[in-house]
Write a protein that binds this ligand. Structure first.
Ligand code: NAD
Length: 351
């Protein structure tokens, strides 16, 4: 639904991969490689049909082009999907075979993790290809991207607070964090450390238990989307912002790492009408891919947090552009990404 403003911006290459011996069926979609090798994770999911998988990979790869471009990374956008239930068909042979398909693209596509693919799986994929990011640190990778995604979302929150309230200071603010997984847990930890008052929700009992044990200052709630907080931070699944849920939001800022937060594009206008400042998800959640890009360029791991913290400036720029031009933040972020790619295409320095 998002990224619909530039229909003249089609996919470069879509590759179907099959290996009957291991049961591998995968689709790799390279959307755009103008800015560099196309980077994006591999999702392992039990799609109901090949058509459904294709729709998802085309949509996700396009989103990666925008996410990477707006984050200022020298990377194009791509994504891959493996069709099947990871709990039943995932095997080392299948993952290694998949790695060889990635290798056959000669580095035009660089893979990483996503839903259903862990850092340990990427180690196995890496037996078949050199073009893999996010392997375990033992295997020479930069590990799971969740913590850096959270760190980026934290800086996105600070930037949004500065626009909304004139200060990036989060001490004393109330924040509702939805989802306490790899990203949400770490975001909660950072917020507590910064002096914010956090309410959090997760449908998983072990995830809640961990927070109760390790971060006792956090208030656990059934749900946070309609909680009386300053900021709502979606960090679970996407599509929580719907025409029904937006009227129930008390927060003045919505900013989190969950992908595809808007159920439909019209919802963004509804947020504006309620004077809720929304940070586009593909801007706030770029910490993971920023880490991947740093790994690709062999930027030392200790320098990665400073790179990720630049999300503060990107969010500021996007929100400023939206305000000056009287357009929605999502459109401003898309314009920024699109301009960077067009400038690169016409030989001008992207900037
Ligand atoms: P995760 O699977 O580790 O955690 C998600 C958590 O959300 C789980 O604990 C789950 O129980 C919980 N959850 C699911 N439905 C819920 C609901 N209705 N209400 C409350 N909690 C619910 O995933 P993650 O890696 O933490 O990613 C979180 C989100 O951020 C996803 O949307 C993901 O696409 C996005 N994201 C992640 C990364 C990354 O580097 N991990 C990068 C960019 C974007």
């Amino acid at each position: 639904p998002v990224f619909g403003r530039f229909p003249d911006f089609p996919h470069e290459q879509v590759t179907f991969c099959q290996d009957p011996e291991t049961g591998l069926r995968a689709i790799i979609a390279i959307h755009d490689s103008t800015l560099g090798p196309a980077v994006g994770g591999t999702r392992f999911h039990p799609y109901a049909s090949e058509a459904e998988a294709l729709t998802d990979v085309l949509r996700l790869s396009r989103g990666m082009t925008y996410k990477n471009a707006v984050a200022g990374l020298p990377c194009g956008g791509a994504k891959a999907v493996i069709i099947g239930d990871p709990d039943t068909i995932k095997s080392e042979a299948l993952l290694e075979t998949y790695g060889r398909f990635v290798q056959s693209l000669g580095g035009r596509y660089v893979t990483a993790g996503d839903v259903g693919i862990s850092a340990a799986d990427l180690d196995v994929i890496g037996r078949g290809t050199d073009h893999v990011l996010g392997r375990t640190t033992t295997a020479g990778g930069y590990g799971d991207s969740g913590p850096m995604t959270a760190y980026g979302a934290f800086h996105a929150l600070r930037a949004a607070a500065a626009v909304r309230w004139g200060t990036a200071e989060l001490a004393g603010r109330t924040v509702g964090v939805e989802g306490l997984g790899k990203v949400g847990y770490e975001l909660v930890r950072l917020l507590v450390e910064a002096g914010a008052t956090v309410t959090a929700a997760d449908i998983s009992a072990p995830a809640r238990e961990r927070v109760r044990r390790e971060l006792p200052a956090v208030l656990l709630a059934e749900r946070v989307i309609d909680a009386p907080v300053d900021i709502y931070a979606p960090c679970a699944l996407g599509a929580t912002l719907t025409s029904d849920s937006v009227p129930t939001i008390h927060a003045a800022v919505v900013c989190g790492a969950a992908n595809n937060q808007l159920a439909t594009p019209e919802v963004e206008q509804q947020l504006v009408e309620r004077d809720i400042l929304w940070v586009p998800d593909f801007v706030a959640s770029a910490g993971g891919v920023t880490t991947g890009s740093a790994e690709y360029r062999r930027i030392p791991l200790e320098e990665v947090p400073a790179q990720v913290a630049k999300i503060f400036d990107t969010v500021t720029e996007v929100l400023d552009l939206a305000r000056r031009q009287g357009i929605l933040p999502g459109a401003a972020a898309e314009d920024l990404a699109h301009n960077r790619i067009q400038q690169a295409r016409t030989g001008l320095k992207p900037g």
